[in-house]
Design a protein around this ligand. Structure first.
Ligand code: C2E
Ligand code: MG
Ligand code: MG
Ligand code: MG
Length: 292
């Protein structure tokens, strides 16, 4: 019987594999055109200062509005963009678009909103990253401290000496540097000290069970105290509940980002949120976002 099933299972797998391969081929072809066709979008997720309750920044998160497949999340095409060598032009588009958006918000009287942009490894090690960033700063007119570049531990541990050099050059431009998904890569505390960074973003996997799991809570508390002793600010990612928010605020976390306050929003909705503010009250977890 197993043998009979085996044959069906084999057919099942090959057709599933074919479908996956077909989808990949299709997406691959379409991705080459997506940028020129204007199918890429940025959504913006607010970052809230836990002391003042104000939105101080927005993380730019890319989406691909595919004409037939609908909205494709970055998890399904960033890796491919890296492999196809498309990440550098796409990444430059993200940088320009996010910086222009921050300038537009400022011109609309919505204040100084920092934009955080994710860099991929390929982009980080590209020859002219620093020149590209410099060009984006002057081209869009954004104040350099309003651009935050998000890097990952593994990206920097790849070639530490080189990374430290690039980070110093970027810092000289006046931009802010953060480590994304902190705690999920293999970081070395000795190196952390050498990286001229401004912020640590605690990965959402540690935040998720912070009020349920003593180990996760211990990790988050150590990251907050480690960051503060290195004079870094901390942002908690993936905050989904009032209880998580309360815990983080009580334990000195500086900022939060997550569905509890807002999911990533299209630019027009992000603008409305900045304009109208948003009142979130839940027991003691009182986050009030005010207009500037
Ligand atoms: P990330 O930079 O760590 O971004 C956070 C991800 O968590 C985003 O997923 C965001 O939508 C999601 N998220 C935010 N709040 C919550 C929450 O409360 N709960 C949960 N479960 N998730 C939350 P998204 O937008 O799908 O992005 C996934 C990853 O793709 C990003 O992770 C980042 O590594 C990468 N990415 C996004 N945009 C870009 C880009 O422009 N360039 C590059 N190179 N990578 C990007
Ligand atoms: Mg990020
Ligand atoms: Mg992250
Ligand atoms: Mg990530």
């Amino acid at each position: 019987r197993a043998k009979d099933m085996g044959r069906n299972a084999f057919q099942f797998f090959t057709s599933a594999m074919n479908e996956r391969a077909m989808e990949r081929l299709r997406i691959e072809g379409d991705l080459r055109e997506a940028l020129q066709r204007g199918e890429l979008r940025l959504h913006y997720q607010p970052q809230v200062d836990l002391r003042s309750g104000r939105v101080i920044g927005m993380e730019a998160l890319i989406r691909w509005q595919h004409p037939e497949l609908g909205m494709i999340p970055p998890g399904r095409f960033i890796q491919l963009a890296e492999e196809l060598g498309l990440i550098v032009p796409i990444g430059s588009w993200v940088l320009r678009t996010a910086c222009s958006q921050s300038v537009a918000w400022r011109e609309q009287g919505l204040g100084d909103i920092r934009v955080a942009v994710n860099l991929s490894a390929r982009q980080f090690y590209q020859q002219n990253l620093v020149a590209t960033i410099e060009e984006v700063l002057t081209g869009t007119g954004i104040a350099p401290h309003l651009l935050e570049l998000e890097l990952t531990e593994s990206m920097m541990m790849n070639d530490v000496e080189h990374a430290v050099g690039i980070l110093h050059e970027l810092k000289q431009l006046g931009v802010q540097l953060s480590i994304d998904d902190f705690g999920t890569g293999y970081s070395s505390l000795a190196y952390l000290k050498r990286f001229p960074i401004d912020l640590l973003k605690i990965d959402q996997s540690f935040v998720r069970d912070i009020t349920l799991d003593a180990d996760d809570a211990a990790i988050v508390l150590s990251v907050i105290s480690l960051a503060h002793s290195l004079r870094l600010k901390v942002i908690a990612e993936g905050v989904e509940t009032a209880a998580q928010l309360r815990y983080l605020r009580e334990h000195g976390c500086d900022c939060m980002q997550g569905y509890f306050f807002s999911p990533p929003l299209p630019a027009a909705d992000a603008e409305r949120l900045l304009r109208e503010g948003k009142h979130l009250a839940d027991g003691e977890a009182r986050v009030v976002m005010l207009r500037r």
